[in-house]
Design a protein around this ligand. Structure first.
Ligand SMILES: Cc1cc2nc3c(=O)[nH]c(=O)nc-3n(C[C@H](O)[C@H](O)[C@H](O)COP(=O)(O)OP(=O)(O)OC[C@H]3O[C@@H](n4cnc5c(N)ncnc54)[C@H](O)[C@@H]3O)c2cc1C
Length: 317
């Protein structure tokens, strides 16, 4: 079932998770163990992230270095299929523009369609870690909106080859990313919202937000979206802070603020277990307020901390 159908049918706030494929070479059993624990929370769908290939320098036996391309976390499509098969829960694969030619994207969409996956989260992706700015694949897309348009075309039976028109139509429900604290490359919030509106007007069905730790940022974002006639569901993305290190790492990677009260409380902790407790209680309070405001879904970035998410959900339901 599509994410938007889940939301329309539910009449109450749903639960969903985002998981990462395992590092290449690691067993999928560990991931299944992680998901097994979360299934008790009855998620309506599970998102699976996509990770672009990176160029790295590998030392050769002769001592020289060779540039090679590696994908550290492959397997998004396979994991989606196995989640649907093993748990009978809908999977939402993330698709990114970065590193992909349009034809590879089309082939991935055809695979997903054949597998019975009818949800995707369409994203641009970031620059590789050794580059400062995002640049598209020479035969790929510059912005997420271009990917949305490609998926919409496929939903209409329009393939990249001009002579395949009105053929096998796909039926993808398309999610896109939104940023309650603005996308870090955007000059200002107004411009970012205009670009978000273009994604929705191009046919995206809903928005999932970047994580935030202050609900007011989400409420204000939703209000601003509605003022721009962005009327699709806006799913809040949530994550617990579980260590002092994350106070630096999270703003650096995700370009979000951590409220002063939460920072102070984490800094005052003596042990990691104390930090986890503080972060869990903060997230429980966030979720209770979001539930009271009847948000469509609570979407949890599990990022290796399923037991914390489990605790939070047990406390709020
Ligand atoms: C819920 C969620 C899940 C994510 N999952 C993944 C994942 O699995 N894998 C991954 O690699 N990354 C993931 N990301 C990160 C994401 O790829 C980055 O945040 C990336 O920098 C932007 O992606 P986007 O889809 O929002 O890009 P876009 O919507 O293309 O926006 C990127 C920037 O360009 C601007 N812009 C957009 N359209 C236009 C236009 N037409 N003209 C001019 N400017 C424009 C925007 O304002 C913004 O500043 C995720 C992010 C979120 C919020």
């Amino acid at each position: 079932m599509k994410v938007t159908e889940h939301i329309a049918k539910a009449g109450k706030t749903l639960i969903s998770f985002e998981i990462l494929p395992p590092m290449k070479g690691k067993s999928i059993e560990h991931l299944f163990h992680h998901i097994d624990g979360l299934m008790e929370c009855k998620p309506s769908f599970i998102n699976v992230t996509y990770h672009r290939a990176e160029q790295i320098f590998k030392k050769r036996p002769d001592g020289n270095f060779q540039q090679v391309e590696i994908r550290k976390r492959p397997g998004t499509v396979g994991i989606c299929a196995s989640i649907m098969n093993r748990y009978q829960v809908d999977a939402v694969p993330h698709l990114i523009c970065g590193g992909f030619a349009k034809e590879e994207t089309e082939n991935a969409l055809i695979d997903l369609h054949y597998l019975g996956v009818n949800n995707v989260l369409a994203l641009r992706g970031d620059a590789p870690s050794n580059q400062k700015f995002f640049s598209p694949h020479p035969h790929g897309h510059q912005y997420a909106v271009d990917l949305v348009e490609q998926i919409i075309n496929l939903n209409k039976g329009k393939y990249l080859e001009d002579d395949i028109v009105d053929e096998g139509k796909t039926d993808f429900c398309i999610g896109v990313a939104g940023y309650p604290e603005k996308h870090f490359e955007s000059a200002n919030m107004e411009l970012d919202l205009k670009n978000l509106k273009i994604k929705i007007d191009s046919g995206a069905d809903y928005i999932t937000t970047q994580m935030f730790f202050d609900n007011e940022k989400y409420f204000s974002f939703v209000k601003n979206c509605r003022a721009q006639q962005i009327n699709v569901p806006i799913i809040p993305g949530l994550k617990p802070i579980t260590s002092k290190k994350q106070l630096q790492v999270i703003p650096g990677i995700f370009h979000v603020d951590i409220p002063e009260d939460l920072t102070k409380a984490i800094m005052a902790c003596k042990t990691t277990a104390d930090c986890e407790q503080v972060g869990t209680e903060w997230l429980i309070a966030q979720c209770r307020e979001l539930l009271a405001k009847k948000v469509p879904v609570l979407h949890f970035y599990t990022l290796g901390k399923p037991e914390v998410i489990h605790k939070v959900i047990k406390a709020i339901l």
